[in-house]
Design a protein around this ligand. Structure first.
Ligand code: NAI
Length: 707
């Protein structure tokens, strides 16, 4: 077994979790809160302990561990960093999405580090926190990877500024586990003994919760909402009932370091703690930004000196983004130039208290695109958002369309988006974050008399988006396209005055702002937007018709007579990429595979074991010599043992005398797990799947059997 290096960058989630105030209080009690900190326990004045965040995304951690393929027998939760963006509301649904970001090699004798990062949003749309998990995998070092950075925390050479003592009870893990981590090690004395402990141990994350309460109590009492970072390293295990003490050194306003000790032995159980928090003024400023905000984000809006671009730039800045206001300052047909348009919008942004810089380069050249991105990087250090909006018109019918007018429109719209997005994408990829918006037009999507150049350029942007979507996916870069309708100088001579009044650019901005936000889960979509009305546009592919047998070329007459079927678009599908769209064509001439008997709803435990030999992957079994014992409880359950040896698989009913690994599970859960509805790691950490004997060998099951 080795780490699955391909898992880096693959999305995990979205995973959702509903919670109520009772879950928040149960967690608070689990980490030792009581009448002294009633704000954590009483629903009428409830504040959620910030470390509740980590208990609520436990499933993500389990999925990351599973997809890394780390050897479960040697895996430890090494470090935990949480960055808080907003206080955790007392109820709602949390949605968590992220990926493994790095795998570091500390050496064959030391082990490997698997780093995973996830963002969690509340059902209100507010981004709540970013969790950075470091899993230490003792048995997976030596794969030849980078050693990675090592962050050490220095404690000042003086007595701690604060010490907070606490007495976790003997039964504390029994209470804490109700918040989600029901791993047997914290409850089952026999399992704990088999794992080398005298008795069940405290959850590291339970002690983490005690430490979190301790730092808040001493540094910003009663105001957990001010916490912005809480980072720890888990250094030793602790038995329940042993008193602990958290030592805290305040380094400066808003930053302290801490550690938690076993108060009896003096051993450090939580080390390298860093806590950061906001001033009251900064907290108030953040609260004023709204749920969708761009605090810390850098946006480029092209053509932002007027019309729609100006509306986007002003609203982005009002909600916290640092904005590059790009505008060439030319006429409607692209002729001329000037700095006034961009400067005026920058002045407006500054007057409303925001941050912005002007850029006057043309998007129509590669140098211009690079200079726009350089302006963002030089002024604000990065690029998170690009809104490709700059536009001109040179309308003529096809026959009158001279090459210079064709080229000028192509250069600003289609090449312009390429010129800016390409260097910006490089920066976004570095930061694993990006939001790109393209601007198409109804003229391109549906056609408009006299706009051949414009229609072609605008639809070209959809093609550009389709492929950037695929290339950006694993870097957390999302790209979408809007077709706006708004009253601007581009439309002033084509719209009646009463429409013009209603079609304010500000009515398009909310969709563009949403698509530019962290909350946006969508990528590769097209939307119409105007007047506050929004709808989706989709490229659909019909089911089509087979003409001929795929061996002889069919005649045009045969195609003509099949046109009813060919042109049908009802039930059409949007395909995720060109290869997928091609597959119905291949399938049309391939012999149909027989559907597996009883697949899906009707699958039973009996079926699974009857089909196990067929599901066996002999080529994955080289050198494997194991006996799996399955004890499936419930009405449809039973006992089976499976022997894998010399590349063969034998399934027998009943108990084996000396199995390598024993799997114990309820019948319904087992069927769900095999049919892919229940994740094996979640089942394990959630107590639905119990593994006895050689834990590590259980990981072979996934490789040895493909259902
Ligand atoms: P607008 O003319 O008010 O704004 C466009 C801005 O782009 C201008 O300030 C202009 O100076 C700037 N610009 C032009 N060429 C540039 C270049 N080479 N480099 C940098 N900046 C440049 O027009 P509007 O309506 O705000 O248009 C914004 C976008 O929306 C355009 O892409 C347009 O094609 C698109 N659109 C607008 C519709 C509408 O109803 N207003 C309908 C469909 C699409």
């Amino acid at each position: 077994m080795a780490l699955n290096l391909d898992a880096v960058g693959k999305p995990i989630g979205p995973l959702t979790k509903d919670y109520t105030w009772k879950d928040a209080v149960l967690y608070a009690l689990g980490v030792g809160a009581g009448f002294d900190e009633l704000e954590y326990c009483f629903e009428q004045q409830l504040k959620v302990v910030p470390s509740f965040s980590i208990a609520s995304v436990f499933e993500f951690l389990a999925e990351a561990a599973l997809s890394s393929n780390a050897n479960l027998a040697g895996i430890l939760h090494g470090e935990q960093d949480i960055l808080f963006h907003a206080p955790i509301p007392k109820e709602g649904t949390l949605t968590t999405e992220g990926a493994i970001t790095h795998m570091y090699d500390k050496g064959a004798d030391k082990g490997a580090l698997v780093i995973a990062e996830a963002d969690t949003y509340h059902s209100s749309g507010q981004k709540l926190f970013t969790s950075i998990f470091t899993l230490f995998s003792r048995k997976d070092g030596g794969f030849g990877g980078e050693p990675g950075p090592s962050e050490t925390v220095e404690f000042p050479d003086r007595e701690p500024d604060f010490e907070e003592k606490a007495d976790p009870g003997k039964d504390q893990p029994l209470l804490y586990r109700l918040s989600g981590d029901v791993f047997q090690l914290h409850v089952d004395p026999e399992f704990a003994k088999a794992s080398g402990f005298e008795m069940p141990i405290m959850h590291g994350l339970c002690t983490h919760g005690y430490a979190c309460r301790a730092v808040i109590k001493n540094l910003f009492p009663g105001e957990p909402e001010r916490m912005t970072r809480f980072r720890v390293r888990f250094s030793r295990t602790l038995y329940p009932g042993i008193p602990i003490v958290t030592q805290i050194w305040k380094l400066e306003d808003g930053k302290a370091v801490f550690r938690t000790l076993n108060a009896e032995s003096g051993e450090v159980v939580i080390d390298g703690g860093i806590v950061e928090w906001l001033s009251k003024e900064e907290l108030q400023r953040r609260e004023g930004l709204g749920a969708i905000n761009y605090d810390g984000r850098v946006a480029i809006v092209t053509g932002a000196g007027a019309g729609l671009g100006r509306a986007y730039a002003l609203e982005l800045a009002r909600r916290g983004a640092k904005v590059v206001v790009n505008d060439l300052g030319g006429a409607r047909d692209g002729s001329g130039s000037g700095s006034a348009a961009a400067d005026e919008v920058v002045d407006e942004i500054k007057a409303q208290g925001g941050e912005a810089v002007a850029n006057y380069d043309s998007v129509s050249t590669a140098e211009g695109g690079q200079a726009i991105v350089d302006t963002a990087v030089n002024a604000f250090g990065k690029v998170d958002i690009v809104i490709n909006n700059a536009g001109i018109l040179r309308d003529k019918t096809l026959v009158k369309m001279e090459p210079e007018n064709w080229d000028a429109v192509m250069d600003v719209h289609l090449k312009g988006a390429y010129n800016v997005t390409r260097p910006a994408f490089v920066k976004m990829r570095e930061n694993r974050y990006g939001r790109i918006v393209m601007t198409t037009s109804g003229a391109g999507l549906y056609g408009n008399f006299g706009q051949t150049n414009y229609s072609a350029a605008k639809t070209g942007l959809v093609g550009l988006m389709n492929t950037i979507r695929l290339e950006g996916e694993k870097h957390n870069i999302k790209v979408n396209t809007i077709a706006p309708v708004a009253a601007t100088r581009l439309t002033e001579d084509v719209m009646p005055p009463d429409w013009f009044e209603k079609l304010k650019p500000e009515f398009v901005a909310p969709l563009v702002l949403y698509l530019s936000s962290e909350q946006c889960p969508v990528t590769g979509a097209i939307y119409n937007a105007g007047m506050g009305y929004f709808n989706r546009v989709e490229m659909l592919t019909g089911a089509g018709a087979v003409v001929g047998d795929g061996k002889t070329v069919p005649t045009p007459e045969a195609v003509a007579s099949a046109m009813d079927g060919i042109k049908k678009i009802d039930g059409g599908e949007p395909y995720p990429n060109a290869t997928a769209a091609f597959s119905p064509m291949l399938d049309a001439f391939s012999p149909k595979k027989a559907a597996p008997a009883d697949a899906g709803g009707g699958l039973t435990v009996q079926d699974i074991f009857a089909g196990l030999a067929d599901a066996f992957q002999a080529d994955a079994a080289g050198g494997v010599d194991v006996v799996f014992q399955f004890d499936i409880s419930g009405a449809a359950g039973g006992s089976w043992n499976v022997t894998i040896k010399d590349g063969t698989c034998q399934v027998a009913e009943g108990a084996h005398g000396s199995p390598t690994t024993t799997i114990t599970m309820g019948d319904e859960d087992f069927v769900k797990m095999i049919s892919g509805e229940l994740n094996a790691m979640s089942a394990y950490t959630g107590g639905k799947l119990k593994i006895g004997g050689d834990l590590m060998k259980s990981q072979l099951i996934e490789k040895l059997f493909k259902f």
